[in-house]
Design a protein around this ligand. Structure first.
Ligand code: GLU
Length: 374
């Protein structure tokens, strides 16, 4: 029994990454429906406990390649993209059908690497995800394989899932895999191989244990799982690798199934604040009035009404410094508006944004989740 089993139960926001081999029969290309049913039962239980769940699922290419009668073996990039286009419809449909019988609403989001790196698109993706979680839906995410070119592809869903975990400050990322964790040597060739139950740093020795990547329809393997773990450790998110093959894999994990936990020192909130305050270079300054200073100190968001001046040239999603009227920096945050738009709405009520800009943007100039006080 893994003594960290309670981490899953205690998490508020969970990302579950599902590999192709769990969902799709590698021979026939058929979906494992009873497995998906079991997963739905697991997720229904998490939701009933008040936990928020996001799924990152592979399987589009595996489902689509058989549907379009592509040959066995490696496909060209364009063929994979076409297979993903056909398979994604079927994948989402299957989730929707299974989940609806468990009172879970599913909402599909297809992302590329670019969506998480470009600050403006990052903010958009993040707020859509947050809105879906707020209304109790289960976001179903996959890479937008059909349009992603080599340069903007993740190429594997392990790292995509880790990026999503960091994006939404998730507490736990579960990688449901065909192996139950990281072993000190290859368990396929070495009967003495030992499972490592807990890791808090990815050292070169750990990296060596990962070996090489997998084959078939999934792009993962232990190498991409460790890359995901590195991202999670940096984002303050706990990550676990466990075998997902049995029915109700989350229940099994809670019951102490074999697994490897990656345990960061900080938590998601502190990591995100550290990123905003310490890593990003502010590209402008927002000067706020005394009322707004008080609101921010009370932990509230910055509204356009409290903004007295804007300087610098920044885009939506860029980091900005926040100053009092006497030029004292009191914090930093990610601006929901570009400097040009911020100038037009500063000093105005949120309700006036539509008339001033011609579109209804965010209510806040800087949302409190995107704000760090000194
Ligand atoms: N996005 C791919 C798919 O849905 C899978 C990538 C991966 O297996 O990591 O088929």
């Amino acid at each position: 029994m893994n003594s960290n089993a309670a981490y899953l139960k205690d998490a508020k926001r969970i990302i579950i990454k599902i590999g192709s081999v769990l969902l799709v029969d590698q021979e026939t290309g058929r979906l494992h429906r009873s497995w998906l049913e079991g997963l739905a039962t697991d997720i229904e239980r998490c939701r009933a406990r008040g936990q928020e769940v996001i799924i990152v699922s592979s399987g589009a290419i595996a489902l689509g390649r058989r549907y379009l009668n592509f040959k066995q073996g490696d496909l060209r990039l364009e063929e994979k993209q076409a297979a993903a286009a056909a398979g994604m419809v079927r994948l989402t449909h299957a989730y929707q059908e299974c989940f609806e019988t468990h009172n879970l609403s599913v909402a599909q989001i297809l992302l590329t690497q670019d969506d998480s790196e470009n600050r403006r698109r990052y903010l958009n993706a993040r707020s859509t995800l947050m809105t879906l979680l707020d209304v109790g839906a289960v976001p179903l995410i996959n890479e937008n394989d059909s349009v992603a070119t080599e340069e903007i592809r993740f190429g594997d869903n392990d790292r995509l899932a880790a990026r999503v975990a960091a994006m939404v400050s998730a507490d736990v990322l579960v990688l449901l895999s065909d192996i139950d964790g990281l072993y000190d040597t290859d368990p396929a060739t070495n009967t003495d191989a030992k499972l490592i139950p807990e890791i808090s740093e990815i050292t070169p020795a750990i990296e060596k244990m990962a070996g090489t990547a997998a084959s078939g329809d999934s792009s993962g393997g232990m190498v991409t799982k460790l890359a995901a773990a590195k991202q999670c450790l940096g984002a303050g998110c706990r990550m676990v690798i466990t075998k997902g093959e049995q029915l109700n894999p989350l229940q099994a994990l809670e019951n102490g199934a074999n697994c490897t936990w990656f345990l960061p020192r900080g938590n998601p909130q502190s990591a995100r604040k550290q990123w905003i305050a310490g890593t990003l270079q502010p590209t402008g300054t927002i000067t706020i009035d005394d009322g707004a200073v008080k609101a921010l100190k009370d932990g509230r968001s910055l509204l356009p009404a409290g903004v007295a001046n804007i300087s610098g040239d920044f885009q939506r999603g860029d980091a900005v410094a926040i100053e009092t009227s006497d030029g004292h920096e009191i914090g930093r945050g990610l601006s929901a508006y570009s400097s040009a738009d911020a100038k037009l709405i500063m000093g105005h009520k949120t309700g006036d944004i539509l008339a001033l800009l011609g579109y209804r943007g965010r209510d806040e100039m800087i949302h409190r989740d995107d704000l760090v006080m000194n």
